[in-house]
Design a binder for this molecule. Sequence first.
Ligand code: GDP
Ligand code: IMO
Ligand code: MG
Length: 423
Amino acid sequence: MAVSLIIGSQWGDEGKGKIIDVLAEKSDYVVRYHGGNNAGHTIKNNYGKFAMHLIPSGVFYKNTKAIIANGVVLDLEVLINEIALLKKSGIGLTGRLFISPRCNLIMPYHKLLDKLYEEAKGNSKTGTTGRGIGPAYSDKVSYNGIRLGDLFDKNVFSQKLETQLLIKNKILKALGEDALSQKEIEKQYFEFFKKIKPFVVETYPILKKATDSKKNIILEGAQGVFLDNDWGTYPFVTASTVLSGGATAGCGISPKKINNIIGVAKAYTTRVGAGPFPTELTDETGEKLVEQGHEYGATTGRKRRCGWFDAELIRFAAEINGFTEVAITKMDILDNFSSIKICTGYSLNGKKSGYTNGDTNFLSKVKPVYKIMKGWMKPTKGIRNYEELPENAKKYLKEIEKQIGVKIKYVSTGEERNEIINL
Ligand code: GDP
Ligand code: IMO
Ligand code: MG
């Protein structure tokens, strides 16, 4: 009976969806509380293979209820399509999906502005997912957001939209885009809302009741620590708070009520989009990781940059988030590497250095310090019992534990639900 918070501890795509799909079996609620459809959480189970963008990853168990809480920014069209896709696959959500009316909406101008900012930045672009996430969150924090609940009263929605278009259309026109039509947006959003309305309800009271009655709750983090708006590699980050502290604001659960904080990390490192990446491999070893790991984004299909496991990053992630345990994923992808490196820290101009010593510019200059480990060169795919792992794989995991200072609780050995070691 516990509240477990799942946090991506690298640059996203660590396999959070897979771990949540496993843990949700014993959960009463699974909650998304930040980010939007920039997330793509892959799940492979008896229903098929899914990339979840907005609906919490725990919905594949009929008794698990799903909450999209206030901190999430919503693209209603994506949400509606995802609900329909799940329904087609036999996953009905009626009566077990609850969406907070406090969620801010991603509007058509947010997606356009996302694109325009990226174009304006040229070579220094962030490499966003293009889903309008940054512009939607910036309107939210500058009191210009339109919330899902505003759609309950057509006049309220129209009035807010009119104010926004007054400014947004001037910007769009100045940058060579067509002005957006108030009427068309209204028509579209009122249609969307008809489909979503049955799911919209204040989620705080539901979660309060659930925590009071000691239900099992999973809080589903999106993105990864190094995309956090404050503590990531700014400005190559996302717009929300990815750290464990963001869960409190994002769904209204007191930090005192969170029992487990599980950091998810790949057995190596990947990143999509621009920004510094000290252990990145731009040689054939990096290509081999892409190939063996099928490292293409679940949301945009972009090829992921790949590199060795960076313990300096995870050590920081563990500390700032308060990880109580860690899940290591994609262990099987390292099966065919005769030698594997772990970054134990950084150096700059011959001097020892670390993640918190500087900003993004600084991080792009550091050199990783490596400990070289012998590979195991044996298949680990599908192994469910720790004892069956090859000795060198155990040594690799022990070294990671030693470096990051947190116990490894789960080792994922494949994309399927049952391919996991629970320690
Ligand atoms: P998320 O965003 O953190 O949920 O991760 P993604 O779904 O974007 O990317 C993780 C990818 O790795 C997905 O394609 C998963 O199916 C896959 N995956 C997760 N765990 C494992 C594992 O242990 N082994 C292998 N081979 N694939 C895995
Ligand atoms: P999940 O939940 C990986 C990255 C983008 C870009 C930066 C900003 O699947 O782990 P944004 O669209 O958020 O403004 O883009 O953040 N990014 C992710 N990378 N996994 C994700 O989510 C991501 N969500 C955003 O690639 O570099
Ligand atoms: Mg992903």
